[in-house]
Write a protein that binds this ligand. Structure first.
Ligand SMILES: [Zn+2]
Length: 284
C-alpha cells in the first residue's frame, strides 16, 4: 500500500483505510463483521480524473469528463467488490426523502437515468443492488440489519441532520422490513469535523428546536462574532440513538474531509471547486 498522510480527528476513529487494486478506500470493521454486505467509502486517490477532480471523482454533474468518471466507478467496483451495472444512486438535494429500492431500480443513475428526484437516502432488501450516495463534507450514514437482511444509506448535510434523516432511515427499515433498531449496525462516515464546520445562528436555532437542551453543549459552541461550530457527527449519532440503535453498534469514522484535503474532497476546503466522494453499500 502506498504511503498516505492523513489525520484522524480527536476521539473515536472506527474506520480503516485500505487499498485494493491501487484504489484506497475506507471500511468499517464493524460493518464488515456482519458478513452480509460489501461496503466502502472512496477517497480522492486511485482514479483518472484531472485538475480539481483529481483523481477519483464520482460526480457526473460537476463538469468532469464522463469517460473519466465511468472509469473511476469501474475501479471502485473492482476494489470494493461490486459491478457498476448494479448501482442505484441517490438524487441528493438536502431533503430527508428516502426511496425504497427494488429490483426495477437496478442501474439507475449509472447505466440508466434516474426516474426519481430529491432522494437523499436509500433502503433495500434486494441482494446485489449497490446503493450509492455522494459527499464532500456532508455526513454518510450506513445502516445494516444482519437479522432481517436489509440495508440503508443516507446523506446528511446540516439540513438532513437537523431533519434526522438517520432516524427516518431506521424507521423506514422498520416499516418496510420489520427491522428491530437494536439489531442494526450503523456507521457515520468521513465528513466535516466540528472544528472545521462554522455555521450561523439561524442554523443553530434549528438544532435547538430539534435536539433537547441537555445535548446542546455537545452539539455546538459559540465563538466571537456570533458564529458557531457545529458537531454533525454527534448530532447524527443522537439521531440514531433516538431511533433505538444501540450506542455500541454505532461506529464513527472520525475522519474529517476538510482536515484532509489531499485524501478527501471537501467543499469547504476547496471553496466548491471539487469532485465527489462516494459511499457504497450492497447486500450480499
Ligand atoms: Zn476538520
Amino acid at each position: 500500500m502506498r504511503q498516505i498522510n492523513w489525520k484522524k480527528a480527536e476521539g473515536r476513529s472506527e474506520a480503516e483505510l485500505r487499498e485494493q487494486a491501487g484504489v484506497p478506500f475506507f471500511v468499517f470493521p464493524s460493518i464488515e463483521k456482519t458478513g452480509c454486505v460489501v461496503h466502502g467509502f472512496s477517497t480522492r486517490l486511485g482514479g483518472v480524473s484531472e485538475g480539481i477532480f483529481s483523481s477519483m471523482n464520482v460526480s457526473f454533474t460537476r463538469g468532469d469528463r464522463e469517460e473519466a468518471v465511468r472509469e473511476n466507478y469501474r475501479r471502485l467496483g473492482a476494489a470494493m467488490g461490486f459491478s457498476c451495472e448494479n448501482l442505484v444512486c441517490t438524487d441528493q438535494t438536502h431533503t430527508v426523502n428516502l426511496r425504497v429500492v427494488t429490483e426495477e431500480d437496478r442501474g439507475k443513475g449509472f447505466v440508466r437515468p434516474k426516474d426519481y428526484t430529491d432522494i437523499d437516502g436509500l433502503v433495500t432488501d434486494v441482494p446485489g443492488l449497490v446503493l450509492a450516495a455522494f459527499y464532500a463534507d456532508c455526513v454518510p450514514l450506513y445502516l445494516v440489519d444482519p437479522v432481517r437482511r436489509c440495508i440503508g444509506l443516507s446523506h446528511a448535510g446540516w439540513r438532513g441532520t437537523v431533519g434526522k434523516i438517520g432516524k427516518k432511515t431506521v424507521e423506514l427499515m422498520r416499516e418496510q422490513y420489520g427491522s428491530r433498531p437494536e439489531d442494526l449496525v450503523a456507521a457515520i462516515g468521513p465528513s466535516i469535523c466540528q472544528s472545521c464546520y462554522e455555521v450561523s445562528k439561524d442554523v443553530i436555532e434549528k438544532f435547538q428546536e430539534a435536539f433537547d437542551e441537555r445535548f446542546w453543549p455537545e452539539l455546538f459552541y459559540e465563538k466571537d462574532g456570533g458564529k458557531y461550530q457545529l458537531n454533525l457527527w454527534r448530532a447524527n449519532e443522537l439521531s440514531f440513538l433516538e431511533a433505538g440503535v444501540r450506542a455500541e453498534r454505532i461506529a464513527a469514522a472520525g475522519v474529517c474531509t476538510c482536515c484532509n484535503p489531499g485524501l478527501l474532497f471537501s467543499h469547504r476546503a476547496s471553496r466548491g471547486r471539487r469532485g465527489n466522494l462516494g459511499a457504497f453499500l450492497m447486500l450480499k
